[in-house]
Design a protein around this ligand. Sequence first.
Ligand SMILES: *[C@@H]1O[C@H](CO)[C@@H](O)[C@H](O)[C@H]1NC(C)=O
Ligand SMILES: *[C@@H]1O[C@H](CO)[C@@H](O)[C@H](O)[C@H]1NC(C)=O
Ligand SMILES: *[C@@H]1O[C@H](CO)[C@@H](O)[C@H](O)[C@H]1NC(C)=O
Length: 313
Amino acid sequence: MLRLIFLLVSLASNLVLGQGPDPAVQKACTLFKQKVFEERVAISFLFPNAPITWETLDSCHGSRPLIVDGDPAESKEFPHAARLGHRNEKNETKWFCGGTLISNRLVLTAAHCFYTEFGAVNVVRLGELWFDTDEDDAEPEDFGVLRSIEHPEFKEPALYNDIAMVRLDRAVNFSLYKHPACLPFDDGEIHDKFIAIGWGQKALAQAESKKLLKVELRNYHQRCLVTTEKNEDLPEGFNATSQMCIGSPDSKDTCNGDSGGPVLVYHKDFPCMQHVIGVTSTGISCDTPDVPSVYTRVNHYLKWIKAEMAKVT
Ligand SMILES: *[C@@H]1O[C@H](CO)[C@@H](O)[C@H](O)[C@H]1NC(C)=O
Ligand SMILES: *[C@@H]1O[C@H](CO)[C@@H](O)[C@H](O)[C@H]1NC(C)=O
Ligand SMILES: *[C@@H]1O[C@H](CO)[C@@H](O)[C@H](O)[C@H]1NC(C)=O
């Protein structure tokens, strides 16, 4: 009996350990938030030799915005949103994928973005809201790409392990317009709803929106096991370990995610921060209600992402 109780207790603590956020991921997330949203100010007194004390001003508060489907994003709402493209010798740029800033150097995206007809990803835009206008409240800045890192188990045309990172040619100076999203604290299954964002391409490089759009999507958990047919993209069908099944119950516009772009949830304690839980992977069905799409489950790849981050000096 005693042995059984001991076994149960150690099993339970293992479970709790296994489910808790990764400490390094948690620490990085808090650090990003502090860098952008907390400011230390000196408070002195008016008489000579008075001690100087410090106060922390924290501007990370307020309620989470209500997401109306297919609505344009607000300024500074998704400061981690990245757009990936190819710039040719004539300095013409084709933008064709989305991404998420996850450190001062790394942008998370989908591995299949490296296998398009448009050429290598060699330019990343951060801090953008509306393309082709300076009228928006944004601070767009283009970065070059030092290195493209795709998951070693990605074997196109199959879309398993459809996850990659690009290393920017210089460090991003964090601001309200440009700062990282946090990595996941959990595998995503505890969340019922997500936010997907993008410049509105249904698949690679179709008609696109000039404005960054946001849409609320639902977690369909295991549903893709039956709704997703085996094909060239997914020869073994949906894999619930490494992929997520997310969609919309109405025939509303769910075309808003760029390939490689994020599905997000809000940080439990910091309303100013979001976690990137999934990466938009397979083509998104636009007009079929209750047909969810397949996304890469970021939490499954934390170890690989952290190892790549550690290489960045
Ligand atoms: C290329 O285009 C970008 C974005 O339009 C612009 O900022 C940059 O100055 C251009 N570079 C050259 C060499 O013309
Ligand atoms: C970041 O800020 C530093 C100091 O202000 C500046 O020298 C550097 O060029 C900036 N980097 C970028 C990528 O804007
Ligand atoms: C799903 O993917 C995981 C990790 O990549 C793999 O170990 C597992 O065998 C796959 N499961 C199925 C049913 O294909």
